[in-house]
Design a protein around this ligand. Structure first.
Ligand SMILES: Nc1ncnc2c1ncn2[C@@H]1O[C@H](COP(=O)(O)OP(=O)(O)O)[C@@H](O)[C@H]1O
Ligand SMILES: [Mg+2]
Length: 381
């Protein structure tokens, strides 16, 4: 599977430097994954309970029912799966779940569990009622995954002692616990694992109004004064993602502190976002370079992915996994069997007149949260 190269544990993005400041480097300002050094800044802004968690009304209501019912019964709630694109609040919700249950929280992740033995060690040390958060659960190795099924279903693991013919499995009882899994790729979870979750919450992108609320809340925490229209402007460029909204807020604050009084007004916000090259729809320089090359060099396509990547001086994989998903979601770019195409909205976004043939591509509905799938193909096939 392709690693997203901007993810903290992945390789640096081709051609891009590592993080330069306290969080994302300039090029990754609008990417939804957390930059390596961004964790501390994020931790300070996490809502502590469901009441503080902005938006996602449906998931919030469902979760509070599950949690209230469990506490009324005095039992651990069923295992829960949280799915959705990066930066929408999965880790935050897992922490809220533990807190609302008044239960201790253990955090691990699919890639951190290399061997089934690692998972056995974690499981056998769980306390009664503990919440076990497994981030990126779709990346668990197969043997660990199988051990997890059994632990989730029967609260039991077989610990293998010895090697070869002399190896014996010693069954070990586990105390009741609640597994909370998070995944950006629910479709990649094998169904036996998916079936063991009693509740699945799917997080969707946030509206600009909700993100403005996130920004106002964060500004309060950070003791920054933000005018409501400035909050709304930052929100509408944040790609539906609270992580990006908080990051842009911090960068706009830097600008306002260095170049102004520190207060964020609509003027300082607009100027800061211009300096950081984040446009009205939340596209950065590379995103714009891709649609611009598509329109001006290739007449709107169709053009092959690798040709397009060469035209903007990027690796093919970067264009495919880092740049395209948002452009597709925004309805600016389409993937067809013959190559990438610019939609009329892309021409319009660049301030160019769309050639008549681009009308056949129509508007692409916002669909994908998953760079690995082939959104668009079916539509044009
Ligand atoms: N609904 C929300 N309300 C307020 N802040 C949020 C919300 N969802 C996410 N955030 C903030 O966005 C950042 C990223 O959230 P996180 O839970 O780490 O996302 P994920 O685990 O889905 O990638 C955190 O700083 C968090 O505080
Ligand atoms: Mg997370």
């Amino acid at each position: 599977m392709i690693e997203r190269s901007s993810s903290p544990e992945g390789a640096p993005r081709p051609g891009g430097g590592g993080p330069t400041g306290a969080d994302a480097d300039g090029r990754d300002l609008v990417r939804a994954e957390a930059a390596a050094l961004e964790r501390a800044a994020e931790g300070a802004l996490r809502p502590k309970d469901l009441g503080e968690f902005v938006g996602q009304t449906r998931v919030r209501e469902q979760l509070s029912l599950v949690l209230d019912a469990a506490s009324a019964r005095g039992r651990s709630p069923e295992h829960m799966l949280l799915s959705g694109p990066p930066g929408l609040g999965k880790t935050t919700l897992a922490m809220i779940i533990a807190r609302e249950l008044g239960a201790p929280l253990r955090i691990t992740s699919g890639p951190a569990v290399q061997h089934a033995g690692d998972l056995a060690a974690i499981l056998s040390s769980l306390e009664e009622g503990e919440v076990l958060f497994i981030d990126e659960i779709h990346r668990l190795a197969r043997p660990a995954e199988e051990m997890l099924y059994m632990a989730m279903e029967d609260f039991r693991v077989d610990v293998v002692v010895g090697k070869g013919v002399g190896a014996t499995a010693i069954p070990l009882e586990l105390p009741p616990f609640t597994a909370v899994g998070a995944t950006t790729r629910a479709g990649l979870l094998p169904s036996p694992l998916r079936d063991r979750f009693g509740f699945t919450g799917h997080l969707d992108f946030y509206s600009a109004a909700e993100l403005a609320q996130v920004i106002e809340r964060s500004a309060g925490r950070l003791e920054i004064a933000v005018d409501p229209d400035a909050a709304h402007e930052i929100a509408s460029r944040s790609r539906g993602t609270p992580r990006i909204a908080n990051r842009l807020l911090r960068r706009v604050r830097d600008f306002a502190e260095v170049r102004g009084t520190g207060d964020i007004t609509i003027d300082s916000a607009l100027e800061a976002l211009r300096v950081y090259e984040v446009d009205q729809r939340g596209l950065d320089r590379l995103d714009r370079a891709v649609i611009s090359a598509l329109c001006t060099k290739f007449g709107g396509g169709p053009v092959g992915l690798s040709t397009l990547a060469i035209a903007v001086g990027e690796e093919t994989e970067t264009v495919e996994t880092v740049v395209e998903p948002f452009l597709v979601r925004e309805g600016l770019l389409g993937r067809t069997p013959r190559g990438r195409i610019a939609t009329p909205a892309a021409w319009e976004h660049l301030g160019l007149a769309a050639p008549p043939q681009s009308a056949q591509w129509g508007a692409q509905p916002a669909l994908t949260d998953d760079p690995g799938d082939d959104i668009g193909l079916g539509r044009f096939a």
